[in-house]
Design a protein. Sequence first.
Length: 348
Amino acid sequence: MTMPKNGLTYADAGVDIDAGNALVERIKPAAKRTGRAGTISGLGGFGALFDLRAAGYEDPILVAATDGVGTKLRIAIDTGNVDTIGIDLVAMCVNDLVCQGAEPLFFLDYFATGKLDVDQAARIVEGIAEGCVQSGCALIGGETAEMPGMYHRGDFDLAGFAVGAMERGADLPKGVAEGDVLLGLCSSGVHSNGYSFVRKVVELSGLGWSAAAPFGEGRLGTALLAPTRLYVKPVLKAVRAGGVHALAHITGGGLTENPPRVLPEGLACEIDLSAWRLPPVFRWLAETAGMSEAEMLKTFNCGIGMMLAVAADRADDIAALLSAEGEAVVPMGRVVRGEGVVYSGRLL
């Protein structure tokens, strides 16, 4: 490399500070759209402030969660469809928070790339802002890291960090008992787990991302990028109505590994697999890969993105409330004596 006449600049090393500043200015309106009670400062400071008292809390307990979206990013990068991957990022964090009984308050993101593309980054952050709006939390800060030599051209990585709160003593799970009814909330697709397997299945099928989706309408890549459903607002309404004893976000580990995480010792989830219809995307994945039912159940959400354990005498009212909030509710079983998950019926 020839030394520039006036010496090296940071831009010569591959980092464009002006592009970073341009991105901050461009995303400020998106961040402002997420403002809520408790938000104090906007983007650009060394830290972000949030007032818990202004948010309505008297004796709050904070709950934090962090996550990413895994190799679903690879499909977003390869197809150029990055507009909704930010929704996935928010959902993976706030859907976890609400399982503790917490209301998501604010969100921060980390975006890293080799060479900053302001338009691409802005589209991603605008998706993050949309996820925040849908879940009622404020996007109050983040980090954009331009790191030449760390990522291949066009590649990027995302991570999210969410903080929520609840009044002391309102934490979940609490009061789970034998006879509680299990209510499932339907997923919007694969959500954001199992995509290394998904990509392997697509490779085995011989299809490209632009091919027609064999399990639905539109192109394959677009169909597989359907964003993770945000359950926060409906679930919080159900919790505040009373009778919800536990919530399980069905993520990595699927229906086999996640429900037992909210059960006390000596209790199990009895799940009727015939209570809902396996969405076509999962059937296509299973058939293309020759996947067993047991493997499917511990890999994917299989059409149920969130599970509630509720008092039996409140089950009908809670199901009606959730349905009125736009959720597709599936009575999927009960809490019984035992351990882990006990299945009846067939999924495949």
